[in-house]
Design a binder for this molecule. Structure first.
Ligand SMILES: Cc1cc2nc3c(=O)[nH]c(=O)nc-3n(C[C@H](O)[C@H](O)[C@H](O)COP(=O)(O)OP(=O)(O)OC[C@H]3O[C@@H](n4cnc5c(N)ncnc54)[C@H](O)[C@@H]3O)c2cc1C
Length: 495
């Protein structure tokens, strides 16, 4: 089998490595032969992340993009040396952790070297007095949480992908977990970092409770998506494992009352660990068995922490939901949510039937929240071939919310899967931006969202970000084609 003969969706502009054997030898000197591979089976394994359409491509024998080599470093110094070699040879390096990213962030669009972080998997220190854990960046999220739980702590960062994502991936994409309303998003949780810069310098940011020490350079790496540096180590906040959990659920006549209840709860400075609103379509999909929720909008809450505080929070949540026409559905729907919260089998069931589906999360302030939901649903419903549009609201702030939309359909005749996919993305994001939202809440930019960077940051803002990239990475070695470049437009997309 020659992988070069398959259709490659992205890397028609793959870098030409002039002397691959010499490069392989240089890398083997740094990492040892066993930590460098050019085997086809390895190249194929790293040809994509979890972007949903790449599964459609894979089934049809198409490859998202192939790297030229894969390496597995074990120390920060080795990563530094690999980056120096990559600069010499002018070859891209794509950091790769667990490949659960869903916007193409880890796809090696220009080929080059995949730098897999999985050997950075040690929990280095748990500090009880400071309530911190220091961990290597390739550590799997569930492994970290299990270790913390056995010692009586939680990190509070529980993304749906916790079994298949890493600490470094969370930091790179500014991830958000299911319990984010109480514990915060990853940017609230990270308080110390070690990073290797694109030209190989190592920078260690001090772990500190807070600082007023000039612009906070470390914050540039939260959301850098592997374009400005490779995160090798992080210190995260942890918390004593909650003493008590209250499971609460209410069904509302519409999303309007559901949103309003949540807004009022947060306004009282009550921060349940979990709040999730499911629109009618998702309520009937996930809570079909709950009689009181038929044709309604289900909201689940988990309040957790100190027993006395949990009791108080539960009574405030219930009082507000009752006052907004909520129907108490008890704790069973929340137990059901706990049982099913990591199951995502539907997404892999679609592609064999040529169904193209994806999820798009966006953020919006409270005063535009209803309008954004209605606009996206209306706009996406009109796309020819699209048969599914639904949403839940899974991240809440006193000032706004994060929506999570799901679309799915079959491309109409004459339209390729990729064109249909891009149209659904274009229309969803346009509707969200027109309604005053932001184009992404927690999945990052990657390839899929880079075309909207200017809408978000403005021309001067984006130009400044590009200049920062150039200062850090003058040879454009680290993860080229992501965040700052628009590959979709290069493919003839003028939207
Ligand atoms: C079923 C499913 C559920 C999901 N649920 C959530 C969720 O609840 N919340 C959420 O936020 N996301 C979620 N995601 C998205 C995804 O899990 C996150 O984006 C995650 O943070 C990616 O981590 P990873 O370790 O798999 O990184 P990868 O996918 O391997 O890489 C992601 C990006 O980060 C870069 N990168 C990886 N490691 C490093 C490093 N050490 N230093 C610098 N750059 C690095 C890569 O180059 C790439 O650009 C979900 C995805 C799936 C498939």
């Amino acid at each position: 089998m020659n992988l070069e003969n398959f259709e490659h969706i992205y890397n028609d502009q793959r870098s030409q490595i002039k002397d691959k054997p010499m490069l392989q030898e240089e890398l083997s000197k740094i990492l040892g032969k066993d930590n460098v591979s050019c085997k086809e089976i390895d190249l194929l394994a790293y040809s994509s992340d979890s972007t949903l359409i790449s599964l459609n491509w894979m089934i049809e024998g198409k490859i998202a993009a192939l790297p030229d080599l894969v390496v597995w470093p074990e120390t920060t110094e080795q990563i530094s040396a690999v980056l120096k070699v990559a600069n010499e040879f002018k070859i891209p390096i794509v950091p790769y952790a667990e490949g659960s990213g869903v916007v193409g962030g880890a796809i090696p669009v220009f080929g080059g070297i995949i730098l897999d972080m999985k050997k950075f998997n040690n929990v280095l220190e748990i500090n009880d007095k400071n309530l911190t854990v220091t961990v290597e960046a390739g550590t799997n999220g569930m492994n970290l949480e299990r270790i913390l739980n056995t010692r009586g702590y939680t990190c509070g960062h529980i993304p749906q992908s916790i079994y298949t994502s890493s600490v470094g991936g969370w930091i790179a994409h500014r991830a958000a977990g299911q319990f984010s309303t109480k514990y915060g998003k990853i940017e609230d949780i990270v308080i110390g970092l070690e990073v290797v810069l694109p030209q190989g310098e190592i920078v260690r940011f001090k772990t500190t409770a807070r600082a007023s020490t000039g612009p906070q350079l470390d914050k540039l790496f939260l959301g850098n998506e592997g374009t400005l540096g490779i995160v090798t180590q992080a210190t995260l906040k942890i918390w004593p494992y909650p003493e008590k959990r209250a499971l609460i659920s209410y069904a509302f006549p519409s999303i309007i009352e559901a949103l309003e209840s949540c807004r009022l709860i947060l306004r009282k400075m009550v921060f349940p660990g979990v709040i999730r609103i499911y629109d009618q379509a998702e309520t009937s999909r996930h809570f079909e068995h709950v009689e009181n929720a038929k044709e309604k909008v289900m909201v689940v809450f988990v309040c957790e922490g100190n027993s006395n505080l949990v009791d108080l929070e539960q009574s405030i949540v219930s009082e507000i939901c009752n006052s907004m026409s909520g129907v108490d559905c008890g704790k069973e729907p929340v137990e059901h949510w706990f049982e099913t919260r990591f199951k995502v089998k539907e997404s892999s069931m679609f592609p064999p039937y040529k169904i193209v589906a994806d999820t798009i999360e966006v953020a919006v302030m409270w005063d535009k929240a209803v309008e954004l939901y209605l606009s996206v649903v209306e706009a996406t419903s009109k796309i020819s071939g699209n048969v599914l549009i639904s949403a839940h609201v899974s991240h809440f702030y006193p000032n706004g919310v994060g929506y999570y939309f799901t679309f799915g359909g079959v491309p109409p005749k004459g339209t390729s899967e990729f064109e249909f996919y891009q149209e659904c993305w274009n229309i969803t994001i346009k509707a969200a931006l027109d309604a005053g939202g932001s184009f992404g809440h927690h999945h990052g930019v990657g390839i899929n969202r880079s075309k909207w960077m200017e809408n978000e940051w403005g021309a001067v803002g984006l130009e400044t970000l590009r200049k920062i990239k150039m200062i850090f990475d003058p040879n454009n070695i680290l993860n080229p084609g992501k965040v700052f470049e628009n590959l979709w437009r290069k493919k003839g997309d003028e939207n």
